[in-house]
Write a protein that binds this ligand. Structure first.
Ligand code: ZN
Length: 156
């Protein structure tokens, strides 16, 4: 491979894809609960590493280039929780109110409907944005090379 670093001219360079691949397979210890991001992307390893590994610097680099800033957990933002709570409160109030109070029941049904709809809508939008980000990230990683000597990132 005749790729040289544009900054220091070193041949000790590696593609970001390879760094992620090797960094995530040579590590010796995986931290517990690291499977969180794994469902988003099967190609780029998303395991979080902790403790000792055979090649710390490479593992750190792999972490840097793997896409783990937004796991599925991140799909649930504050707005989702807020809407979800409103949704549950509306449902409970609606169920608790007696039949004579029909206006309250209608109001609660409406609030329930819109808050649950809003939650789904927000979730859908966020998911779409994340998939787009992930795609852009992958395209960048596919072309990116890194100099292992000076740390320069470049597109050959
Ligand atoms: Zn360099």
């Amino acid at each position: 491979m005749n790729v040289a670093c544009p900054k220091c001219g070193s041949n000790d360079v590696q593609s970001a894809v390879m760094i992620v691949a090797t960094g995530t397979t040579t590590g010796e210890s995986r931290s517990q609960g690291s499977g969180i991001g794994a469902t988003l992307d099967g190609d780029i390893g998303l395991g979080l590493y902790s403790g000792s590994s055979t090649n710390t610097s490479k593992t750190a680099l792999a972490q840097r280039y793997s896409f783990e800033s937004s796991g599925p957990v991140m799909l649930l933002g504050c707005s989702h929780w807020a809407l979800g709570i409103i949704c549950i409160i509306a449902l409970l109030v609606g169920l608790a109110s007696d039949d004579s109070d029909s206006e309250l029941k209608v109001l609660c049904s409406l609030v329930f409907f819109f808050s649950s709809f809003g939650t789904l809508l927000l979730w859908g939008l966020k998911r779409k944005r994340l998939l787009k980000e992930e795609h852009a990230h992958k395209e960048t990683i596919d072309r990116l090379w890194v100099c292992l000597r000076c740390g320069c990132e470049f597109f050959p």
